[in-house]
Design a protein around this ligand. Structure first.
Ligand code: CIR
Length: 259
């Protein structure tokens, strides 16, 4: 990211979970999500983005894609360009096309092309750069295409191998002011040497998926040790229950595209 660009968001795109939400992809082993509760959690999530000052564009469910509520995976939006992802799991391929139509209202779009694959959940932006996870969903080709597009628009990017989580942001998130909240797997990575790092305890690994939105930090409910560490940062916290999204391997960041 250009040094002068302050990391503030104006907009978010979200998509309501559909009635077939529980048919999506999951490895969590936490049981079937309760769709009514998921809807309430989604509404609370939207309200908190609005509280953070964002205009929230709420998309209707995409019934042929049960995972489409995890809209973050379909695009990466920067100050001047949007990159349409190419989902790494074939069951989600096509979600990006329906999001592209919406994003075009806000930015010029470019696309990740075959043989590249890339999920937005593998992209973490800090004040001065992007981190691109190479994961089970994002391949090296996809990561290199994104790096090249970002570089064309003046942004730096580093590639990071992801081994123990679904996406990079399942275990690696920007807290602002040169601080990261990370899963232990990333601690020694030379790419993040200059950052102050807060590690989530292994038993609270899920809590690494927090989202800094302007002056607030969205934090998942139910992780007391991580919460105690985050309380020391002097950032107003918004604590949200996302139990029904966790059941489908999703978290706070996956539920919106912020820009
Ligand atoms: C999937 O497996 O693709 C969805 N069930 C969960 C996606 C979570 N997205 C994210 O972490 N950005």
């Amino acid at each position: 990211m250009k040094k002068s660009e302050h990391m503030r968001f104006l907009n978010a795109i979200v998509r309501k979970p559909g009635i077939n939400y529980s048919e999506g992809i999951t490895t969590a082993g936490l049981g079937k999500p309760d769709i009514k509760l998921a809807l309430r959690q989604y509404e609370a999530y939207c309200r908190s983005l609005e509280k953070c000052g964002l205009f929230v564009e709420k998309l209707e469910p995409a019934h042929s894609f049960p995972d489409a509520v995890f809209v973050e995976d379909t695009a990466i939006v920067t100050g001047n360009i949007a990159v349409i992802a190419r989902p790494g799991d074939l069951r989600r391929r096509g979600e990006e096309n329906i999001v592209e139509k919406v994003i075009k209202k806000y930015r010029t779009v470019v696309r990740i092309e075959e043989p590249g694959t890339l999920d937005g959940g593998d992209i973490c932006q800090t004040e001065d750069r992007f981190f691109i996870g190479i994961s089970g969903r994002t391949n090296h080709e996809g990561a290199m295409q994104l790096k090249s597009i970002l570089s064309h628009y003046g942004y730096s990017a580093s590639l990071i191998e992801v081994h123990h989580t679904l996406h990079l942001k399942s275990g690696f998130n920007n807290l602002g002011n040169n601080r990261l909240l990370i899963h232990e797997q990333f601690y020694d990575n030379p790419a993040i040497k200059k950052y102050e790092k807060i590690i989530v305890p292994e038993k609270e690994a899920y809590a690494a998926n927090v989202v800094r939105v302007n002056d607030h930090l969205l934090v998942p409910e139910g992780f007391p040790e991580t919460l105690a560490k985050l309380k020391q940062l002097n950032i107003p916290l918004i604590i949200l229950d996302v139990s029904e999204f966790r059941k489908m391997d999703g978290g706070l960041s996956c539920l919106s595209i912020r820009f």
